[in-house]
Write a protein that binds this ligand. Structure first.
Ligand SMILES: O=C(O)C(=O)C[C@]1(C(=O)O)C=C[C@@H](O)C=C1
Length: 356
């Protein structure tokens, strides 16, 4: 070791000792919080508090560390403190290596028990039955739009949305060999095939495409068969020891997927929240316009409006609406009260912190 390096490393060692001490002091307090919560049967996972802590560290961060990096560290700190109170189990659309699994870690950190499920329906069932404390389900993609199965399930379920996570979705084309020699089919989830179709049409128009249950399943198939190429995350590719033929092949470089954290927890206001609802109106002229009028009247902004055909009953469409603010906010509460009066069907799916 050079003479210059030695004193610097000694400083780092001293700071690490302080960090370790502080981390454990924090963990002891979290354990106390856990005892208080156990006495009052209060929920352990508090998305509003975690969102406030993460926003707070970004606001106070003097640098040179970036906000994102600092938030990643604090998310992990809270995850391990939380796991001293209780290890939360979260169901997601498996297998391991999917973007859904990535969303679980992004929201809960790594001290969490992931429960991979075979379908979106099973994620809901696990959280409804209490096998999992929460479920994480994809709700919409920035290029492909709504995930219809999730929207349909939100209508039927007794669960509510307790939080949301948005992740950047980058797809890679991967094979066992790392090249396309002898490849006769490209496999991926139908959403991933759709998100890469322009690129695929340009580069491999003559190779057959097959939709499979998940991108991780495609990676598994490619790991067993040299004639198969998979489109998946590099994380999934690494799990199956695939070589990358080409990374970032999604047509939209800013491709993102939003996931909902579903459970029984009614999340308290965090200071920057949104509320999701489902509505329906009788099929008559001007009904939708009239339905939404209370939002404008009370100054509540609508951030999302999605329609979905109703397959039964007397209404034509269900409208999935997100508005800014929490249901405990008086303006939101008043607007929703009036909106409910205009609607033939009305369900609040939940109020939760806006994702980072
Ligand atoms: O403040 C709490 O309620 C805690 O349990 C502490 C803590 C944390 O580590 O900061 C841990 C888990 C909760 O989800 C929120 C925050």
């Amino acid at each position: 070791m050079t003479d210059k390096l030695k004193p610097l490393r000694e400083q780092i060692d001293a700071i690490d000792a302080q960090i370790l001490d502080l981390l454990n002091r924090r963990a002891l307090i979290a354990q106390e919080v856990g005892h208080v919560k156990a006495e009052t049967q209060a929920p352990v996972f508090r998305p509003e508090r975690e969102a406030q802590v993460l926003r707070g560290v970004a606001e106070r961060n003097p640098g040179p560390m970036g906000n994102r990096e600092v938030q990643t560290i604090f998310r992990e700190i809270m995850s391990s403190c939380r796991s001293l109170e209780k290890r939360v189990t979260v169901a997601y659309l498996g297998p391991a290596g999917t973007f859904s699994e990535q969303a679980v870690y992004q929201q809960f950190g790594s001290a969490v028990e992931g429960l991979p499920c075979a379908s979106i329906d099973e994620v809901f069932r696990s959280a409804e039955a209490g096998t999992a404390d929460f479920g994480v389900v994809p709700i919409e993609n920035s290029s492909e739009g709504a995930v219809n199965r999730t929207l349909d399930m939100m209508l039927q379920t007794s669960l509510i949305i307790s939080g949301e996570v948005a992740i950047a979705v980058h797809h890679s084309l991967m094979t066992k060999s790392g090249n396309m020699d002898g490849v006769t089919s490209i496999c991926a989830h139908s959403q991933a095939l759709a998100q890469c179709q322009v690129w695929l049409n340009q580069h491999y128009p003559h190779i057959a495409r097959h939709a499979v249950a998940s991108n991780a399943e495609a990676a598994r198939l490619a790991s067993e068969d040299g004639t198969v190429a998979a489109i998946a995350s590099e994380l999934a590719g690494a799990q199956y020891k695939l070589g990358v033929v080409k990374g970032h092949i999604q047509d939209d470089p800013h491709n993102r997927t939003r996931f909902a954290v579903v459970g029984t927890l009614q999340t308290a206001p965090s200071g920057k929240d949104q509320t999701s609802l489902v509505l329906a109106v009788p099929n008559k002229a001007g009904a939708v316009y009239q339905l939404l009028a209370p939002l404008a009247k009370h100054g509540v902004s609508m951030t999302r409006f999605e329609s979905r055909p109703a397959r039964m009953g007397s209404w034509e469409y269900y409208f999935y609406v997100d508005v800014e603010g929490h249901v405990h906010n008086p303006a939101v509460a008043q607007a929703l009260g009036e909106l409910q009066g205009n609607a033939a069907f009305f369900k609040v799916l939940g109020s939760y912190p806006v994702s980072l």
